[in-house]
Design a protein around this ligand. Structure first.
Ligand SMILES: C[S@@+](CC[C@H](N)C(=O)[O-])C[C@H]1O[C@@H](n2cnc3c(N)ncnc32)[C@H](O)[C@@H]1O
Length: 350
């Protein structure tokens, strides 16, 4: 029997030739990108776009000058978007283990360098297994941002991948990634099915196990940014999956000392200055923290830190201290945080 990694390489290197070959919409972004991303997409080579198999938009706001790692970068679509947004002085490294995908990504480096008007490329692609990142000799605490688009579900040891990500991030850095989650734990039998695994379904983590693993490795307060239900049109795949519901979710996981496992109230507040590019009138930290420009908003201690101890600090005014604790920050809950409606908002949590 082939091991999972060989099966995945075969699926993404040989079985699929373009996103048209996918049997479900799990590895297929449904959301409309914002205008500045649409503009960046127009500069990307068609061959790269054709082999895009992502399930969300794994690109946060304000990334100019950042050093970024993309896990499972595939044909390089997201890396080439990031390359434009970080600017000439930023740096983007994509890691993938499938030769055919890497070949497409590498083939178009010069085309994009010229298209973006850069003196030299700020992107490179490394061949490697994200479950063995230590083999790539990447320096600990050296990345501002680590992204991934529909890949972590394919890992057999997801906890190791997240622990390594935590280690590679700078303090105040973040993992911002889109992936597939399920509403229950998936049976061993379904996990053994190579098509269901390759289509990013049966490797999906039960969302509550994902939260547990994230917290265990140090990402104390995972924040969901966007979620959409996944529909399975293929009859055979649908029958195999039965009642399991799948969601495509974008999470942001901050590496910040001092985050607590619950949202606590210290009487703190912030005001957004309206100064983040492409976010002039408001800024969304996640799907339940919307900051209109100029409005004083009360926040829990964790949200305060996510704005004050990160690259967003200069774009906010901060009020209050840590001297007095007023109890739990109202509004947190423990229900499933995804909506079954497309484009749904989170159902709970501060
Ligand atoms: C669903 S595709 C997504 C590709 C890319 N992120 C995109 O949005 O087009 C999954 C990709 O992850 C890569 N991959 C899967 N498991 C991997 C692993 N353990 N290490 C490195 N790459 C992996 C596959 O080779 C494939 O290119």
């Amino acid at each position: 029997m082939k091991d999972k990694h060989e099966e995945i390489k075969e699926y993404y290197g040989k079985e699929l030739t373009t996103s048209e070959d996918l049997k479900t919409n799990a590895c297929c972004t449904m959301e409309e990108p914002p205008e500045h991303i649409k503009g960046a997409l127009r500069n990307i080579h068609n061959e790269v776009l054709d082999k895009y198999y992502g399930c969300g938009l794994a690109i946060p706001a304000k990334i100019e000058g950042l050093r970024i790692l993309d896990l499972g970068s595939g044909s390089g679509r997201d890396c080439y978007i990031l390359s434009q947004l970080v600017g000439q002085e930023g740096e983007v490294i994509g890691v993938d283990m499938t030769d055919e995908q890497l070949n497409v990504a590498n083939k178009h480096i010069d085309y994009h360098t010229e298209k973006f008007g850069y003196k030299h490329s700020n992107v490179k692609f490394l061949k490697g297994n994200m479950e063995k990142l230590e083999e790539l000799n990447l320096e600990p605490n050296s990345f501002d941002l680590i992204i991934s688009n529909c890949v972590i579900n394919l890992a057999t040891d997801k906890e190791k991948v997240l622990a390594d990500v935590y280690n590679l991030l700078k303090p105040g850095g973040e993992m911002y990634f889109s992936d597939v989650y399920s509403d229950r734990r998936i049976s061993k039998e379904l996990q053994a099915d190579p098509v269901l695994w390759g289509e990013c379904l049966s490797g999906a983590l039960y969302w509550n196990d994902f939260l547990r693993i994230s917290r265990k490795v140090g990402f104390t307060d995972p924040r969901s940014v966007k979620n959409n239900p996944i529909t399975i049109e293929n009859k055979e795949v649908h029958e195999k999956c039965g009642d399991i519901q799948f969601f495509s979710v974008t999470y942001r996981l901050w590496k910040i000392d001092g985050l607590e496992d619950e949202c606590e109230d210290y009487g703190q507040a912030v005001t957004y200055k309206g100064t983040i590019e492409n976010n002039g009138s408001s800024f969304d930290l996640d799907d339940h923290h919307h900051f209109p420009k100029g409005k004083i908003m009360t926040v829990c201690g964790n949200t305060f830190l996510m704005l004050q101890a990160t690259r967003y600090a200069e774009h906010f005014e901060f009020y209050g201290t840590w001297d007095t604790h007023y109890g739990v920050f109202e509004g947190c809950g423990g229900a499933m945080p995804f909506s079954t409606e497309e484009g749904g908002e989170a159902a709970s949590c501060c």
